[in-house]
Design a protein around this ligand. Sequence first.
Ligand code: PEP
Length: 263
Amino acid sequence: MREVVIAANWKMHTTPADAGELARTIASRTREAGVTRVICPPFVCLGAVRDALADADPDVGVGAQNVHHELAGAFTGEIAAPMLVGLVTWAIVGHSERRRDAGETDALVARKVSRALDAGLRPIVCVGERLEDREAGRANDVVDHQVRGSLEGVEPVVARDAGLVIAYEPVWAIGTGRNASGLDAAAMTDAIRASLEGAGWGAVATETPVLYGGSVTSANIAEFLAEPSIDGALVGGASLKPDEMAGIVGRAGITARARGLAG
Ligand code: PEP
């Protein structure tokens, strides 16, 4: 049975002075058997969040929002995956905001995924179509291309054993308040697993957790988790609000129990 994961992407919010307290509050309000929780704060807050959670609730994972595609070198301002060992156990890779703002291509994302895996981190690999792709009926093709390209060279069994997760995040739904419907999101998570099968992932395709991301809140999370093919959520804006996280993870706990994960 696939894991149920709720991952918080704090993006460029919080400071080292306040991130630990926020993480502690969220951790204390989201204890739900069978739900894997992850908090991904900005790089400069990783130490504070790690220390706060080690104290408050070591079951909450800490993740980076990005890793560099090289191991080391003259890359001013960048962070390589091996530098994160001891600070995080997860890493978001290929978020659409980085694809848009940092020009990350599928090929680059694939290199980042491999770096994360080599460093022993669990990648959350993000894919998702833009509005014009959806409106033109290209959503499946675009996401199929992203999945194959972003995982090029990744060994399926290595990915599975490392706990790789995919997040389907339609670009038009991120930070807009306009979420996909549960049915549409489920159709895309099915399509993602079909892409993995097409790429030769075999049984690992069905074993890989696929999350939905895009304006998830405590009010709409149920719609996604009611879909058997959706295994959780990558949450942006709402993840900075303890009340929202309590509602989202609480609903995920119901799914975890229904799927026999809470025992
Ligand atoms: C995200 O940052 O991945 C995201 C889905 O953001 P939001 O929940 O704010 O749409």
